[in-house]
Design a protein around this ligand. Sequence first.
Ligand code: 9MR
Length: 345
Amino acid sequence: MKKLITLIFLGLHTFIQAQSNAQNEYIKQFLRFPLGAAVNPKYLSEKPLYRSLVASEFSSITAENHMKMVNIHPEKDRFDFSKGDEIIGFAQSTKSRVHGHTLVWHNQTATWMKEFQGDQQAWENMLKNHIQTVVKHYQGQIAGWDVVNEAFLDDGTLRPSIWSEHIPDYIAKSFVWAHEADPRALLFYNDYGQDGKPKKMEAILNMVQEFKKRQIPIHGLGLQMHISIQSKNEEIKEVIQQSAATGLSIHFSEVDVAVNPKNNPDFVLDDQVNLKQIEKFKLLFSSFAQLPASQQYGITFWNVGDQDSWLRGFFKRPKEYPLLFNEAYQRKAAYQEVMDFFKKK
Ligand code: 9MR
């Protein structure tokens, strides 16, 4: 009897030990590149679990919204760095890198910018002042910037925006201005949906070639990777390979894997769907791991728990589960799979 109790006790002890070991291991420990999350400062201050997860699981932080024009430069003569600074302070306290998102975008511009009147020179001065004030404010604290975001349409043409309308060659100019403000920051062009859109991908690659010829400072490509379980593996692999062939740093900058892309109200998250999502996470991580180390800027998830995802908030898709952590901020099965993959390497 005594022996039996001892055995049960030992078994239990080993079990508890294994559980706590598992919780003491983090994917980021096994990676040779940073693992990032886009964050919302409100959640960082109001949700303790969110805060501790960002601190323990991630080694790079991107502001999901608070370094964009509308928030950081709300009026012509007023910048608001308060939330961005909060994020930087948090990152410093957890020794995380900060990635800057984003200096120039057609979306989330400030109202005063949309109403701005002036000739080409005035527009250039306005954008240059925006870029350089923000980049200088964070000089030395931000490793890399998404300088221009989503400038091309799926057919490879330049996206119409206030920037393309008023400033010829605005993409190249933006990179030059950012580089002048912080010559040590890595400068990225960031875009989504290159997979299956060969014209868009071609436009990005042509831009990189042209910038190299003209000696425009560009150091990296952000592939947002807002993909779904229906995305085609071959198309994803192809755009990774094409991007890497430029020799620039590569950032999977806004990863999420949608499981219910058509927003079916009767959708049920079952084992089959979970397996498909795991397969996509593994594809992203394994492809990234194969890149030359010097090109591995990192993999960043577009927020932390499923309920924090823009697919639920912005797109109002309540039955969407696109991230690595569930609604209770617990690791999903995919987490363990990815960690095991890197542990074996
Ligand atoms: O996740 C962001 C969401 O909270 C905002 O409402 C939205 C506004 O368009 O922007 C989202 O982030 C976008 C990112 O800045 C650029 N790539 C696409 C992202 C998802 O829309």
